[in-house]
Design a binder for this molecule. Structure first.
Ligand SMILES: [Zn+2]
Length: 109
């Protein structure tokens, strides 16, 4: 448990900026910087619905219809802190159920 705490405190965001492409950029306290495109973040959404969707291979679904995420230009509309260690990300397609922990974001970057 202590090790986990240390790891989390080792990667605090010093600054979070919106990018021109609608994504975000994070400066971490360990001196690294991560840049996330909006589509990448949307595809990595950790909510239950998206996780389930990713486990269904698209080729076995011939009746696929266009989702809002297919027709709207993807962008991060807003980020809201959830507790001390996570952010809720609001996307331009209206999806906002993903809670991204700092640890997860740091891993993705
Ligand atoms: Zn999701």
């Amino acid at each position: 448990m202590r090790e986990r705490e240390n790891r989390l405190s080792a990667c605090r965001p010093l600054a979070i900026r919106r990018c021109r492409d609608g994504g975000i950029e994070i400066d971490w306290s360990d001196g690294t910087q991560s840049v996330y495109s909006p589509q990448f973040l949307r595809d990595a959404c950790p909510c239950a619905t998206c996780r389930e969707k990713r486990t269904v291979p698209t080729e076995t679904n011939p009746l696929q219809v266009l989702q809002p995420s297919d027709v709207v230009e993807m962008a991060v509309s807003a980020m809201e802190p959830v507790g001390q260690y996570a952010y809720k990300i609001f996307f331009s397609d209206g999806h906002d159920s993903g809670i991204y922990t700092l640890e997860y974001l740091h891993e993705l970057g």
